[in-house]
Write a protein that binds this ligand. Structure first.
Ligand code: WQD
Length: 340
């Protein structure tokens, strides 16, 4: 049996783009997903684009027996763990779901991995683990844990758990990848982000205004200490992010223990700069009003991406214009996402 990479949550936004890049780089891929917040259609499109096939099983990471079966049926070399809930606001209302899915789910996954002698894990973490007081540019050596919502805390708790795991047994090789703000879509416009309901994040919101599904953007605050007063973030093209996972896989093949990496560009853009770049790429006007600051938001958040550059040999390449071009390409071709 050939060795495969297992992706949990592989039909989601970042998982589907990573599946595509893995296939294009010659990896065999097994995807599991409970399809609670994603569509099987994304993988069908990945298969069309790559002309390669993906093994898929509808499995929830909390289901230890079903998960074990996946490890018994395939020769899994490494696990990329994307599966998890990701909406900040929802996590405040439903903390049990977030800790169940994100924390208990990861614990079950690790237990089943160890049972099957698989010890290489790449975890989808978030810049949110640095908390609200971190000064940008943010380095991996800065403290983590001052999180402000259950979503962020769940990512932090998993990181702590994985550190302890790596310290307990030298066979573990664990990389935690702290994503900044993933945006954009595959160049083909065939796969992209397909949020449920009204988007919480800036770029999906803007692109739904562009296709007429939403009336106007609310800019959450223009009195921050930034160039134009609106919040500054480190937007990273999802394909660059996907390639970061491949770089991390290669690195972990020859490094044991636990390592954290920021995946960001190192550059920050304000809300209004993002809107402007989107307007230029789409040729459309995006109406907006300025609203109150969103609770929990900070003025600036961007990465120091040097560690990933030095150790993984990986750097984000796409500029904001390309991110907005590809977002628009996907959204305009798929105004209802995967729901045709
Ligand atoms: C970006 C900027 C907003 C929406 C969050 C999570 C993080 C990660 C990614 C992932 C901010 C402003 C937004 C809108 C606006 N989660 N904005 N109007 O807040 O950096 O990060 O998503 O899985 O953990 O915290 O991203 O896209 O929500 O906001 O003005 O309608 O856009 O205030 O300055 P954020 P975002």
């Amino acid at each position: 049996m050939n060795k495969s990479i297992l992706l949990t949550g592989g039909t989601g936004y970042i998982g589907s783009h990573t599946t595509l890049e893995l296939l294009n780089n010659g990896y065999e891929v097994v995807v599991i997903d409970n399809l609670s917040n994603s569509s099987r259609e994304s993988l069908k499109r990945v298969e069309q684009l790559t002309q390669k096939s993906v093994t898929f099983a509808q499995v929830d990471v909390r289901d230890a027996e079903a998960l074990n079966q996946v490890f018994e049926n395939h020769n899994i070399q490494s696990v990329l763990h994307f599966a998890g809930h990701k909406a900040v606001g929802e996590s405040v209302e439903k903390p049990i779901q977030y800790y169940q899915n994100n924390v208990a789910g990861t614990l079950t996954l690790c237990e089943v991995m160890a049972r099957n002698n698989v010890f290489e894990l790449i975890f989808s973490s978030s810049a949110t683990v640095y908390g609200a007081n971190a000064q940008s540019p943010i380095s991996e050596s800065m403290p983590i844990g001052a999180t402000t919502n259950p979503y962020g805390t769940s990512k932090y708790m998993v990181e702590r758990m994985l550190m302890d795991l790596a310290a307990s047994d030298p066979r573990w090789r664990i990389a935690t990848l702290r994503y900044f703000n993933p945006v954009g879509a595959h160049r083909s416009g065939q796969i992209g982000e397909d949020p449920n309901g009204i988007p919480n994040n800036l770029v999906p919101f803007v692109s739904q205004v562009a296709v007429g599904k939403l009336d106007q953007l609310q800019v959450f605050g223009n009195d921050y200490d930034t160039t134009d007063g609106t919040g500054v973030r480190d937007y990273i093209h999802v394909v660059d992010l996907a390639l970061g996972h491949i770089a991390a896989l290669r690195y972990m093949d020859s490094h044991q223990g636990f390592e954290a990496f920021n995946l960001g560009t190192g550059k920050g853009y304000s809300v209004l700069e993002v809107v402007d770049a989107f307007e230029q790429q789409s040729g459309l006007n995006i109406p907006y009003t300025v609203a109150q600051r969103r609770p929990g938001d900070i003025a600036k958040c961007f990465a120091n991406p040097e560690k990933a550059s030095k150790l993984l040999g990986w750097q984000a390449k796409c500029e904001l214009a390309e991110m907005m071009r590809d977002t628009w390409h996907w959204q305009s071709q798929n105004p209802n996402g995967y729901d045709q």
